[in-house]
Design a protein around this ligand. Structure first.
Ligand code: GTP
Ligand code: MG
Length: 148
């Protein structure tokens, strides 16, 4: 089954949105296979956001993601990568529809509450960057018979 990497950013943690965000993915029918509250190091932040290294806001991005704890997660489900991106909404909360996480909780692009992998290749890269294999749990849920 497909897996994606999702992360409640420091603004989401400080604003007590971990539970709300986890609940949305649980209620949707996706399955949590790993999660941890953690402080991101500058080194990890720079690796995670390597694709944005040349962008003018790269420094701000690294400062922000290391400014407080994040809640890192791996979720599993059919088409979970694309569907989670839909549930997150557009990168800029000003353009994100109500009903999406960024549309409901974000105001500015710099503090947009959540990160989610944007492709199967990014998902694999980011899961490996943030989690060790033994931190991910393989298990089956009876719920899945009622989702699929
Ligand atoms: P992520 O899931 O966080 O990767 O967001 P995304 O895939 O929707 O957007 P993208 O990867 O293009 O950008 C990564 C992050 O950089 C965004 O989530 C924003 O928080 C931040 N970002 C993007 N554009 C700007 C900008 O113009 N200014 C600032 N300060 N941050 C930006
Ligand atoms: Mg991105």
């Amino acid at each position: 089954m497909e897996r994606t990497f999702l992360m409640v950013k420091p603004d989401g943690v400080q604003r007590n949105l971990i539970g709300e965000i986890v609940a949305r993915f649980e209620k949707k029918g996706f399955q949590l296979v790993g999660a941890k509250l953690m402080q991101v190091s500058r080194e990890l932040a720079e690796q995670h956001y390597a694709e944005h290294k040349e962008r003018p806001f790269f420094g701000e991005l690294v400062d922000f993601i290391t400014s407080g704890p994040v809640f890192a997660m791996v979720w599993e489900g059919e088409d979970v990568i694309a569907t989670a991106r839909q549930m997150m909404g557009k990168t800029n909360p000003k353009e994100a529809f109500p009903g999406t996480i960024r549309g409901d909780f974000g105001v500015t692009v710099g503090k947009n509450v959540i990160h989610g992998s944007d492709s199967p290749a990014s998902a694999e890269r980011e899961i490996n960057l943030f989690f060790k294999e033994e931190e991910l749990v393989n298990y089956s849920k009876l719920m899945n018979e009622w989702v699929y």
